[in-house]
Structure formats: structure tokens, C-alpha cells
Ligand binder design. Structure first.
Ligand code: NAD
Length: 491
């Protein structure tokens, strides 16, 4: 059984190590606002230490590339290690879920699903290590041309606080499977589960330096990682503004970047839709993780003839939602931090001042501790497409409902934000399903479902301010490799 220690170190070369400065940051329990542990405040020098450890694991000490204990490991053996790690995560699933729930505030059931998804990512990528191959290309007479998929070398991973285990799993799982050594910077608001998961990697038998974790502040450890010349690829998941800063820092040494950013994802409900099937999915898409989900379905666009009916059905469900401490495993837990709570309340105050219709809201249970960061889920109706609530990511449990008259208007409203992450279509009309799937500007489109339960196998990523590059599925493996073309002239 994993224990929650009071002091968390960084994780470098398979060892817990204190930051060179000796500084720590408080770890806050969002359910009551108390500090229950301290985490290391890593800085630039710690990042440098972690990058050197990763380089040794990948390159070794000589001049030959990829000759370190991790870099020269056979693909099949990388897969076996990932598989062993997945099994250890599975065996420790409950303990990991409890840590994640306490650290992020999410309901225990949702944290359990995250731990399960983490194991599933490693299982998926474990099976892929020895199936990632190049091609031979028909070329001129007397030549043989082939392509090699090679790991970048050392990859950096900057992770947000909303789904630490899942986002770590999808990005680090694919990077390690492709043969890279990793340096990870978790979010300052939620990092404990990842330190435990790293410890399990050492137990599974990963060589020292293959996986390193530097906790700390974004502007310190994060910025240092993004700009470190020893990093060969950066995978960033977080807000669009930080993503821009990370890409700029990486550009100083021409380091490729994958950006997984925010969203304002719409669900389009047509009058012919199966409303009974749609309703629970529409609600869950904004309530899950208290709306702190990049792919949250935060806008619902409803065809005029059924607008009032759908609104009433949604309102009934919103009114029944309950919010409380993560350990109570209700519909929603607290938001992750006071800052996040303030952000959501600012959006709601503006909606109120603009006289938008507050159609329904859930309840924070009476026994929820006063110091916790609770926010009842809110359904706001009649939101004009240009309103801030329909344009900007709230990152909280606020659903904006907007009516539309016809298909063309629905598409124009859906595509009318700077984001393009996910979209949902609810209709029984097959031709419309395909037409809209093509017309909607998004990295993923779901028809008569939403999110597909996470879908480890499904490539994921955005367009516009939702980012670029793809993670998850087999596609991620290509992103974590560099393609080399070898042309042999043999006559
Ligand atoms: P954030 O951008 O504030 O922080 C994300 C990470 O970046 C954290 O680890 C943080 O410490 C680090 N960071 C902050 N400043 C940095 C800097 N200057 N240089 C390098 N790193 C820095 O985002 P957040 O508030 O933690 O997460 C919420 C955002 O993440 C939302 O916009 C959400 O949509 C997005 N998100 C996107 C996805 C996706 O897959 N597209 C998934 C989850 C979250």
C-alpha cells in the first residue's frame, strides 16, 4: 500500500533527490484548503541535472548515439518494461486514485478511472514498441531506399493539473515506447501521483535516467525545461498562453513541440436526435472533473424546435447534481485551487451582470468544509455566440446553451471560436452526420456519443488555439520519433 509522505522529493536517476536549493512548495487539499504535504521546488539547476541523467540513459558516456543502457535496449524489452509498469500501476490502482483525489479534489471514482487509464496507456504502448517500423521506397534502378524511425533522444513533458496520470500516461508512455528518455515537469497544483508512478517505474526495472521528474513552478522548472538545449522534443499540455511561451523557448534551439491546449468544444443537438441518449452524455461532458477538462463539452447548441424542451431536460439533471469532497465520490469534487474557483466565479458574475438566463444549478453538500474550493455546476441559457461565456474556456462546471435555426448556422456558431479541439453531433440523419463531421473544425468529432470513454487508441489534438501535433493512439509514436531516409546505391 502506498503511503502519502509529508515531503516529496524530485525523482532523478531512479532516486528521490531534494532540489539543489532545498526549497519546497505547499501541497494543498482542495477539499478544505489545508496544506498536507510539501513538494520540491525544482529550478533550472535541477532540470539540468535531470536532463543529464536522461542523456546518460539514452546516449551513455561515449560518443556513439543511443548507446546508453536505455538507448540500446531492444524494442521488445522496452515493451516488456512498459508492460511490467502497467501491471504495477494496476496493482496499486486504489492507492494512486486516493492520492490523486486528495491532490486534485476529483471524486474518487473519477480518480480510479484515471489510474486505470494510465495502466491502459502503458499496456497499449507496450504492445507497440516492436511494431513501429519504417518503409522501403521504390526509387531509381540500382538504389535501395529505406526509412528509419528513430527516437528523438531526450524528450521533455510539461503536464497540467487536471488529469496528471492520464496526460502523463499518454505522452510519456508513447515517448518511452519509441525509445526516448524523459524529463517530466508536473503541475505545481498536482504532482504527487506522478512521483509515485515514477517510483513504480524504478520497481519495474527501467534503468536510471530513463524517466526523471522535476516538480516546481512553471515559470522556473517549466521554463527551464522548455528552453534547455539538451531536450530534443517538448510535449506541452496546458493553456494557450503558456503553450506560446513554451514554443518560443523551445524555438531558441529549434526543438520540435507538440502543443495540447484548451478548448471551447460544442455539442450540436438537432431536433431528430435521440434525446434520452444525448442528455446524460451532454451533462457528463461538462460535469466530469468539475469541468476542468480540455475537451469538456462546454457549449451546447440546440435546434430551435427542441430548444426549450432540451433546456428543461438539462435543467432537471443539473438541479440534481451534488458537489462535495472527493472522498465522498459525488458528481463533482471541489475545483483544484482558489485561483480556479475565482476564475469560474468571475465568468459567472459577468454572465449575471449581462442578464443571461441562469437556467439551473446543482448543490454543494452542507458538510463540505468551508475552506474548500467548491463550485456548483451551472446551466446558462440563451448565451449569444459572441459572449465571453461562449468564446473563452471557463475550465469549470458551466454549460452555455445557445439555440440555432438551421445546419449552416449551427456550423458557423460551432466553428466561431479560436479553438478547435473536440465537437459532438447528435442527429439520426446519416448524411448530416458525415457532412458535419467534415465541416466542423476540430481534432476529434463524435457522432451520437462524446469522448468515446477516453479512447487510448484514438489520436487526439487540436487546431487553432487548441494546439498542434497529435497524441494518443499509434499517431503519437510518430510524433516521438524522427524519420531518417537512407539511400543506398548498389548498382
Ligand atoms: P498552465 O498552462 O497554467 O500550466 C500547464 C503546465 O505548464 C504546468 O505544469 C505549469 O507549471 C507549466 N508552466 C506554466 N508556466 C510555464 C512556463 N512559462 N514555461 C513552461 N511551463 C510552464 O495550464 P493549467 O492551468 O495547468 O491547465 C489548464 C489548461 O490546460 C486549460 O487551458 C486546458 O484546456 C489545458 N489542457 C489541455 C489538454 C489537451 O490535451 N489539449 C489537456 C488538459 C488540459
Amino acid at each position: 500500500m502506498l503511503q502519502v509522505p509529508e515531503r516529496y522529493a524530485l525523482f532523478i536517476d531512479n532516486e528521490p533527490v531534494a532540489p539543489l536549493s532545498g526549497d519546497t512548495l505547499p501541497v494543498v487539499d482542495p477539499s478544505d484548503g489545508s496544506t498536507f504535504a510539501q513538494m520540491g521546488r525544482g529550478g533550472g539547476a535541477d532540470v539540468d541535472r535531470a536532463v543529464r541523467a536522461a542523456r546518460r540513459a539514452f546516449d551513455g558516456s561515449g560518443t556513439e548515439p543511443a548507446a546508453g543502457p536505455w538507448g540500446r535496449l531492444d524494442a521488445v524489452d522496452r515493451g516488456r518494461l512498459l508492460r511490467r509498469w502497467a501491471d504495477l500501476i494496476d496493482a496499486n490502482r486504489e492507492a494512486l486514485a486516493r492520492i490523486e483525489s486528495r491532490d486534485t479534489g476529483k471524486p474518487l471514482g473519477q480518480a480510479r478511472a484515471d489510474a486505470q487509464a494510465l495502466a491502459r496507456y502503458f499496456e497499449f504502448y507496450a504492445g507497440a514498441t516492436d511494431k513501429l517500423h519504417g518503409q522501403t521506397i521504390p526509387y531509381r534502378h540500382g538504389y535501395t531506399v529505406l526509412t528509419l524511425r528513430e527516437p528523438h533522444g531526450v524528450t521533455g513533458h510539461i503536464v497540467p493539473w487536471n488529469y496528471p496520470m492520464q496526460i502523463f500516461g499518454r505522452s510519456v508512455g508513447a515517448a518511452l515506447a519509441a525509445g526516448n528518455a524523459c524529463v517530466v515537469k508536473p503541475a505545481e497544483d498536482a504532482c504527487l501521483s506522478l512521483l509515485e508512478v515514477a517510483r513504480l517505474a524504478a520497481e519495474a526495472g527501467f534503468p536510471p535516467g530513463a524517466l526523471n521528474i522535476v516538480t516546481g513552478l512553471g515559470g522556473e522548472a517549466g521554463q527551464a525545461l522548455a528552453g534547455h538545449p539538451g531536450i530534443d522534443h517538448i510535449s506541452f499540455t496546458g493553456s494557450p498562453d503558456t503553450g506560446r511561451r513554451v514554443a518560443q523557448a523551445a524555438a531558441t534551439h529549434h526543438c520540435p513541440v507538440t502543443l495540447e491546449l484548451g478548448g471551447k468544444s460544442p455539442q450540436l443537438v438537432f431536433a431528430d436526435a435521440d434525446l434520452e441518449a444525448a442528455l446524460p452524455v451532454l451533462v457528463n461532458a461538462i460535469v466530469q472533473n468539475a469541468g476542468q477538462t480540455c475537451s469538456a463539452g462546454s457549449r451546447v447548441l440546440i435546434e430551435a424546435p427542441v430548444y426549450r424542451r432540451v433546456l428543461e431536460m438539462l435543467a432537471g439533471r443539473f438541479a440534481a447534481l451534488r458537489v462535495g469532497p472527493g472522498r465522498d465520490d459525488l458528481d463533482l469534487g471541489p475545483l483544484v485551487s482558489q485561483r480556479q474557483q475565482q476564475r469560474v466565479q468571475d465568468f459567472l458574475s459577468q454572465a449575471h451582470a449581462d442578464r443571461l438566463e441562469f437556467a439551473a444549478q446543482g448543490t454543494v453538500v452542507e458538510h463540505a468544509p468551508a475552506g474548500g474550493f467548491y463550485q456548483a455546476p451551472v446551466l446558462v441559457a440563451g448565451v449569444p455566440p459572441a459572449h465571453r461565456l461562449a468564446q473563452e474556456e471557463v475550465f469549470g462546471p458551466v454549460l452555455a446553451a445557445t439555440p440555432f435555426d438551421d445546419e449552416a448556422q449551427a456550423v458557423a456558431i460551432a466553428n466561431g471560436t479560436r479553438y478547435g479541439l473536440v465537437a459532438g453531433i447528435w442527429t439520426r440523419d446519416g448524411a448530416r452526420q458525415l457532412r458535419l463531421a467534415r465541416q466542423l473544425r476540430a481534432g476529434q468529432v463524435f457522432v451520437n456519443n462524446y469522448g468515446a470513454g477516453g479512447g487510448v487508441e484514438l489520436p487526439f489534438g487540436g487546431v487553432g488555439s487548441s494546439g498542434y501535433g497529435r497524441e494518443k493512439g499509434f499517431e503519437a509514436l510518430y510524433a516521438f520519433t524522427s524519420l531518417k531516409t537512407v539511400a543506398l546505391r548498389h548498382g
